[in-house]
Ligand binder design. Sequence first.
Ligand code: PHE
Length: 377
Amino acid sequence: MKKVNFLLLSTLLIFSLTSCTKKTDQNVIKVGEYGSLTGSEATFGTSTHNGIMLAIDELNSAGGIAGKKIKVITVDDQGKPEEAASAVTKLITSDKVAVILGEVASSRSLAGAPIAQRYKIPMVSPSSTNPKVTQVGNYIFRTCFIDPFQGKVMANFAKNTLKAKKVAILRDVKSDYSVGLAEFFTKTFTDGGGKVVVDLSYTAGDIDFKAQLTTIRSKGVEAIFVPGYYTEVGLIARQAKELGVSVPLLGGDGWDSARLTEIAGNSLDNSYFSNHYTAESKDPRVAEFVEKYKKVFGQVPDGLAAMGYDAALVLIDALKRAKTLTPDDIRDALAATKNFQAVTGVISFNDNRDAEKAAVVLAVKNGQFKFVETVNP
Ligand code: PHE
């Protein structure tokens, strides 16, 4: 008798639990997010996540979208492409998200995007800049500029501002971002009459760059282009200084982390990199964002945080316009994004689902990033 009662009770319990979950499910829009919350690019994932959550929490506390709240399901891919692929598979097949935000690093977006495309789940990368990312297919978007532009910005800076004629390149061969950016830089720099006299490589995770730097030192270059991520760039800068290499290092958005100068010390002073945003901007949208972010997270937002915030805003705008909340209708609404005023610029998707936005050049001075110039596309 007791057993029967117990069975009955537990069945009832399970029933009510499942119907409860069903009910809440209808009141939420599930958004997946994958990023490097740990590993040697942990600040990329963490800042991006903070930016995303700031935008989503604002929306949810203002009532959500037609009464529905957004629920973000976040997976840490530890900065590994294989993990990025399984993160996207899990978000789609087990969490049943309607749309995905991520990744930051191009190689990881390139691992995740084919899966999103295959399942026809839209994916928006906040800041992957390699051209191949959105070429994966019509469900893949990005809210940032691409590397042919970024490479041109830094090649022109080397040529016109630094008056460099001979440069070296030191690239990460395992990173689609680094390899692509090195190529795009080379094209503009050599088309303009400059010479890349030495082009060497490393692999993410390396810690000793002295052999490459010793070769570079012997070539009498006026600048070294290092299109890598902050952990290796910080070490490269330190070791360059130890070897007496005193020419500026140049780089791209992958330098953007407070960790960069923690690792490099003062060895990056008078070096320059291109980025998506500067917290110094006089734009009232930027100032407002910086204030809000500081209140919640206690620090000045880096570019990744701003890009995460903007990607979430663009997604929210599309969700509000979407005919229904099916992945196909969300995709169509995303594709129709025009002149959306975000923190990092005005966002419209072109035919390749890329955003065409201005870049900024920043200088490293006393461990800080200082605004130098804005370059329009
Ligand atoms: N653009 C880089 C890539 O595609 C990622 C990145 C963006 C890193 C912004 C830092 C800041 O790999």
